[in-house]
Design a protein around this ligand. Structure first.
Ligand code: 5GP
Ligand code: ZN
Length: 112
């Protein structure tokens, strides 16, 4: 069976997708730990950061750039964090490489 992030990429499972290009999908974390909590996910399945090598390292660069662009587009570029958990002992629960983008703590509530 394919992993749940592969299923989200394939639109077999729902997710709030905010951005997509040929290599990445960005969607909201289902259990947010910050006002903004997004997951930056390569479309290609890699088990973890340990799966990257010289040939695939570019995907890591793309993930960082996507984090920066998402932070800008959401107006949280003044302060945010990125995090990759790697391996069970490193806190990785979903075995499909992903980067957390966390921020929005200083955000003012939206006024109507
Ligand atoms: P990890 O601990 O593997 O680095 O992080 C996995 C993250 O994926 C967690 O923050 C968790 O809330 C999120 N997550 C797990 N299952 C789903 C899901 O089905 N949909 C979405 N949008 N996020 C998920
Ligand atoms: Zn996968």
């Amino acid at each position: 069976m394919t992993c749940i992030f592969c299923q989200i990429v394939a639109r077999e499972l729902p997710a709030e997708i905010l951005f997509e290009d040929s290599e990445l999908v960005v969607f909201k974390d289902i259990n947010p730990e910050a006002p903004v909590h997004l997951l930056i996910v390569p479309k290609r399945h890699f088990d973890s950061l340990n799966s990257l090598d010289e040939l695939t390292a570019q995907i890591g660069a793309r993930m960082f750039l996507a984090a920066k662009k998402m932070a800008e587009s959401l107006g949280i570029e003044s302060g945010y964090k990125v995090l990759i958990n790697c391996g069970r002992e490193g806190g990785q629960v979903i075995r499909h490489l992903h980067m957390h983008l966390l921020g929005g703590w200083g955000r003012k509530p939206v006024r109507r």
